[in-house]
Write a new protein. Structure first.
Ligand SMILES: Cc1cc2nc3c(=O)[nH]c(=O)nc-3n(C[C@H](O)[C@H](O)[C@H](O)COP(=O)(O)OP(=O)(O)OC[C@H]3O[C@@H](n4cnc5c(N)ncnc54)[C@H](O)[C@@H]3O)c2cc1C
Length: 414
C-alpha cells in the first residue's frame, strides 16, 4: 500500500454536495483533498434540468421541507444555515444571473448547467483544493472510533482528520453514482434505510399508449388509485413514451405508486386532460363544440384539448368510432367521450428501476447523523452530504438545494 499525504479533510465524490463541501472546508486555509472516481467533476450536475440545471426553488422553507418524503426535520438545520437565497447569492457573486419559472423553479438565465459547474471549479481552484480524479475510494479507515483516512481501489492511502462521504445515490449509475457511499457507511456501522426508486417513469399495461409516444401535454391532473381508492393527486406536465408515461407529474407520483405496487395492490392512474373545467363546465364546453361543428367528425375536433395524433386511440378507448360526426353522437356516446377526457384510466405495470430515476429514496439513516453539523454520531470526523443521506424530494430544484445545503454545512464544520 502506498501511503500518500495527510490532509485536514478528504471529500469523497465531486458532485454538487462534495464540491461545495470541499470549497467551504478549504476556506480557512485547510488542506483539502477532493477525490472523484470519474475523470471530470460534476457529471450528474451537467445533466440536471435537461442540461439547464433547476438549481433551487423560490418557495419558503416550510413549503420546501414539505416536498421531502422523509427527514424534513433533519434538513431544517441545514436549510437554516444555507438556503435558496444564500445559494443564489453565492453564484450571483460569480456573475451568474437567475430566472424563476413556473412552480418557483429557479434556473440560470443562460440555461446552462455548465455555468454552475464552472463557478464551482473556479472556486475549488481559488481555494487550492487538491483534486484527484479517476480514483475510486474503497474504504474509510478508522482508529479509536475516529476517522483516519481513506484507501482507494488502486491501493493508495490518504490520511485525514475529517472525511466527507458525498458519493450520491444509485440513480443514473453511468454518472458515477453507484451507491459506494452506502457500502462505506455500512462498513463503519451505519444503517441504510431501504433504497427505492423515486422520480421515475412508469410503465403502463395498455398497449395503445405506444401510439402516443413523443406527445407531451401541459398541466394534466393525475390521480393515483390504489385498489380503486385515491391515494395521491398531482397537476403538471406529462410525456408519453414507448413504454408508458413520464414528465414531472408522473415522476412526482412514482414513489407512491411504487409503495402501493410493493403491497401487490392494483394501481391505476386516472388522467384528467381538462382539469381547469369542472364536470358541468366540461359538459357545456363539449356540447357547444359539438353544436358549432355538427358536420365535422369527432376525430377532427377538440384539437385544443388533445393533439390530433392522440385522437384515434383516444376514441377507441372511449369505445367510439373515429368517423362519427358531431351530430350523430348520442347522449351516451357524449358521456363516454367526456368521461375519457376527464378520467382516462391507465393500469400501472411497473415503476422503472432506481437507475432510471432522478433520485434515490432511502440512504444513510438520518438518526445516526448530527443534523446541525452532519457529522456521524458513530464515527468522529466522518460526515455525510447530499443524496447518500436518506433525503429525497419531488422535482422542482429541491434535491440540488439539499445537496448544496448539506455540503455547505459539512464543509463549515470541518
Ligand atoms: C437526469 C437527472 C436530472 C436531474 N435534474 C435535477 C434538477 O434539475 N434539479 C434538482 O434539484 N435535482 C436534479 N436531479 C437530482 C440531482 O442531480 C441530485 O440530487 C444531485 O446530483 C445529488 O448530488 P450529490 O453531490 O449528492 O451526488 P452526485 O451528483 O451523484 O455526485 C456524487 C459523485 O460522487 C462520485 N463517487 C461515487 N462513488 C465514489 C467513490 N467511491 N470514490 C470517488 N468518487 C465517487 C460520483 O462519480 C459522483 O460524481 C437530477 C438527477 C438526474 C439523474
Amino acid at each position: 500500500m502506498l501511503t500518500m499525504q495527510s490532509y485536514d479533510a478528504i471529500i469523497i465524490g465531486a458532485g454538487p454536495a462534495g464540491m461545495i463541501a470541499a470549497m467551504r472546508a478549504s476556506e480557512n486555509n485547510k488542506k483539502v483533498l477532493l477525490i472523484e472516481r470519474n475523470h471530470t467533476l460534476g457529471v450528474k450536475l451537467l445533466i440536471t434540468g435537461g442540461g439547464r440545471c433547476n438549481l433551487t426553488n423560490a418557495s419558503d422553507i416550510e413549503d420546501f421541507l414539505n416536498k421531502f418524503s422523509a427527514s424534513k426535520d433533519f434538513l431544517r438545520n441545514s436549510f437554516a444555515q444555507f438556503f435558496n437565497t444564500e445559494l443564489l447569492s453565492f453564484f450571483e457573486k460569480s456573475g451568474i444571473a437567475f430566472k424563476t419559472e413556473e412552480n418557483g423553479c429557479v434556473f440560470p438565465v443562460g440555461d446552462k448547467a455548465m455555468d454552475i459547474l464552472n463557478v464551482l471549479k473556479q472556486k475549488l481552484q481559488e481555494n487550492n483544493v487538491e483534486i484527484l480524479t479517476g480514483e475510486r475510494v474503497k474504504n474509510i479507515t478508522i482508529k479509536n472510533k475516529r476517522v483516519e483516512g481513506v484507501i482507494t481501489f488502486s491501493n493508495k492511502q490518504f490520511l485525514a482528520k475529517s472525511v466527507v462521504v458525498s458519493t450520491g445515490g444509485l440513480s443514473y449509475p453511468k454518472t458515477g453514482s453507484t451507491g459506494d457511499g452506502y457500502e462505506l457507511a455500512k462498513k463503519l456501522g451505519h444503517t441504510i434505510t431501504p433504497l427505492k426508486p423515486a422520480l421515475v417513469p412508469i410503465a403502463i399495461k395498455e398497449k395503445f399508449i405506444k401510439d402516443w409516444q413523443g406527445i407531451s401535454l401541459k398541466k394534466v391532473l393525475v390521480t393515483v388509485l390504489d385498489n380503486g381508492k385515491k391515494v395521491a393527486e398531482r397537476l403538471d406536465d406529462i410525456i408519453f413514451t414507448h413504454f408508458g408515461i413520464s414528465g414531472p407529474v408522473i415522476l412526482d407520483v412514482s414513489a407512491v405508486v411504487y409503495d402501493k405496487l410493493e403491497l401487490k395492490n392494483k394501481v391505476e392512474l386516472a388522467i384528467n386532460f381538462v382539469p381547469k373545467l369542472n364536470q358541468k363546465e366540461l359538459d357545456v364546453f363539449v356540447l357547444r363544440e359539438l353544436k358549432i361543428n355538427s358536420a365535422k367528425t369527432i376525430k377532427n375536433m377538440f384539437k385544443d384539448v388533445l393533439p390530433r395524433k392522440m385522437m384515434e386511440q383516444f376514441l377507441k378507448y372511449c369505445n367510439l368510432s373515429p368517423d362519427i360526426t358531431a351530430h350523430q353522437m348520442t347522449t351516451e356516446e357524449r358521456k363516454r367521450f367526456i368521461k375519457g377526457l376527464s378520467n382516462l384510466c391507465l393500469t400501472v405495470e411497473r415503476v422503472l428501476p432506481i437507475k432510471d430515476g432522478i433520485i434515490t429514496r432511502g440512504g444513510v439513516n438520518t438518526k445516526e447523523i448530527n443534523p446541525k453539523t452532519l457529522e456521524s454520531k458513530l464515527v468522529e470526523g466522518l460526515f455525510f452530504a447530499g443524496e447518500v443521506i436518506d433525503i429525497d424530494a419531488t422535482t422542482g430544484g429541491y434535491n440540488l438545494q439539499a445537496a448544496f445545503s448539506t455540503g455547505w454545512v459539512c464543509g463549515g464544520n470541518i
